[in-house]
Write a protein that binds this ligand. Structure first.
Ligand code: ADP
Ligand code: MG
Length: 350
């Protein structure tokens, strides 16, 4: 079980991909650079009624702070809309101003700000034990802010990095059953997350997970043209999110969730989906990890990660049922010990 009990820290580089807007090196992740730090508000700054303690993260689109709420006397997370390529801090050290003279970037900043605000408004209405709890959102400093309940624990990306993958089957089953329940709640509202990956999952002390970061949240019926603007994370985004006009749906979040489960075992991001088509060289989980995990669990992962969207579970209920089914059947291959022994003797092989 997860015993980590510390504030969410910086995200040092490691094997699991989880960047947004960074270089597509396939092995990097969203580290908080000096540059991001310099763009952040200083500790002690007040926004609305909140006092910032320190910056704890920041990707290409936002900066995340740990803060204090004097009203509830609790620590909270404040997320500020601050797109790296479009905005900077003004001379007063507070106001967010657009960079780039052209009207396009001003427009894009405004559009992103609107979407961030909408994301906060949507999240504030989603109440589920496995979805981050947004308690407030407001405009200030020329940008928008979202306030969330602070959870103690560790982000799954960091947890995987520390353990080099190889998370236990028990942990995987508990964490992903809970996440799927949260995802079901999102889908039932006609929404898609579209950026599920280890960096956007948080393990609270005690092991109960939280789905974070709805920056890419989309309405299911949104026109296909809009999908070009979507966030892509190599290894976790399914092929239909990378194909113009691709038909995204619950099956797209299901692919990302399956890829995240695989990363929990393997310790690295799966190959990017375009590399899996037309020829798929990725070893199925049922083959690659059969010695350490039940066939039932590995089948679930392979099903969720089918390249063809139609071959995957079409909704969360199907995946939940598969995960619950045979939860205790076929332990890792009983012959594996013998096999390993045989393989260790060179003369045992022809
Ligand atoms: N409510 C929260 N409680 C604790 N830590 C959080 C919370 N929200 C975010 N974090 C930490 O900040 C990191 C970045 O948050 P996220 O919402 O994914 O923003 P970004 O857009 O920068 O990816 C998370 O991976 C997590 O470690
Ligand atoms: Mg994130």
């Amino acid at each position: 079980m997860v015993t980590e009990n510390r504030p969410p820290g910086r995200r040092p580089s490691g094997p699991v991909v989880g960047y947004r807007g960074g270089p597509a090196n396939g092995h990097g992740m969203g580290t908080m650079t000096q540059e991001t730090k310099a763009r952040g508000l200083s500790p002690g700054a007040r926004i609305d009624r909140y006092t910032l303690e320190r910056q704890i993260g920041g990707g290409g689109f936002s900066i995340v702070y740990l803060a204090n709420d004097p009203e509830t006397r609790t620590q909270v997370i404040v997320k500020e809309y601050m797109p790296r390529k479009l905005a900077a801090r003004g001379d007063d050290g507070r106001t967010v101003i657009t960079v780039g003279e052209d009207e396009k970037s001003v427009e894009r900043f405004a559009q992103g700000k609107k979407m961030f605000f909408q994301e906060a408004a949507t999240l504030a209405t989603l109440k589920h034990p496995n979805i981050v709890n947004v308690t407030n959102f407001f405009r200030a400093n020329g940008t928008v802010y979202m306030v969330m309940e602070y959870a103690q624990g560790i982000n799954l990306q960091e947890y995987i990095r520390r353990h080099n993958g190889s998370l236990s089957e028990k942990l995987i089953r508990i964490v992903f059953t809970a996440l799927l329940d949260g995802l079901k709640c999102i889908h039932s509202r006609g929404l898609l997350h579209l950026d599920i990956k280890p960096g956007n999952i948080y393990l609270r002390s005690g092991g109960s997970p939280l789905l974070l970061d709805f920056g890419a949240v989309h309405e299911m019926m949104q026109s296909r043209q809009d999908q070009a603007s979507q966030v892509i994370t190599p290894g976790f985004s399914p092929i239909e999110q990378l194909t113009p006009g691709g038909y995204v749906g619950p099956w797209s979040d299901i692919y990302a969730l399956g890829a995240t489960m695989r990363a929990c075992i393997e310790g690295v991001a799966p190959p990017p989906s375009p590399e899996r088509s037309p020829e798929d060289h990725m070893k199925p989980a049922s083959v690659a990890f059969r010695r350490r995990y039940s066939a039932a669990l590995l089948r679930v992962i392979d099903w969720a990660m089918e390249v063809d969207p139609l071959a995957r579970p079409q909704n969360v209920d199907q995946l939940l049922a598969a995960l619950a089914d045979n939860a205790t059947d076929d332990p890792p291959e009983s012959g594996s010990m013998l096999e390993r022994l045989a393989n260790s003797f060179s003369w045992g092989r022809s």
